[in-house]
Write a protein that binds this ligand. Sequence first.
Ligand code: 6PG
Length: 236
Amino acid sequence: MTEVAVVADVPAAAAELFIESVGGAVAARRRAAVALTGGSTAPPLFARVRTAPLPWEQTEIFFTDERAVPPEHELSNYRLAEEGLLRHVRVAGVHRMRGEAPDLDAEARRCAQDLRDTLGTPPRLDLMLLGLGTDGHICSLFAGVPAIADRGDEELVRHVAAPLHVEPKVDRLTLVPYLVVTARMVVLQVTGSGKAEVLARALKGPEDLVACPAQWLRKASGRVVVVCDPPAASRI
Ligand code: 6PG
């Protein structure tokens, strides 16, 4: 079931969920597996959690998606996470998607194997952080791409062509819906009135996964919490 928390301070509420999820996972299984997102909502959350007394050394860090750029590039999601979080804490492992790889299909397969090697088969994330695109995308699962309707149970990580209507227009590597619907907790941060319509479609619009990939959240078996501010929540 999807919970919706309408709050004034979105990163603060998301940080509480992050702390709960990582702390709970380590207490229960001696390890936490977290997938970090890119996008505008990521840095404020990183700034909040990096000073939290969490069991970082038992936390494995993955990424929801990456752009086809090197890690030091201004568009790199890894760079965002490195500067905002990873250089401030000592984690068990950082599982970067290599956006600079010459063969992104092969890199997707390598990342999928790394997930299996680290978390077992099938791999299950403890926490997936997400943002919402105005076209209804989560991760780099863009609207209008028919393959989005494929859960990707065996695939786990996918190379997708550069989106036509979403910036930046570069190829991506992305986790597939299977990892979204099996994560123990998903936290979707949404801010601003520009996301109000798409958030309403994601939560209660007629089901069309290709037109609104964020509707995969409705199929999640874990806990899904949408943390949004009042302008983003104005249409739900
Ligand atoms: C990325 C993200 C992507 C992002 C959304 C929302 O690489 O861009 O992982 O899924 O979360 O596009 O981004 P904004 O919050 O910047 O609108």
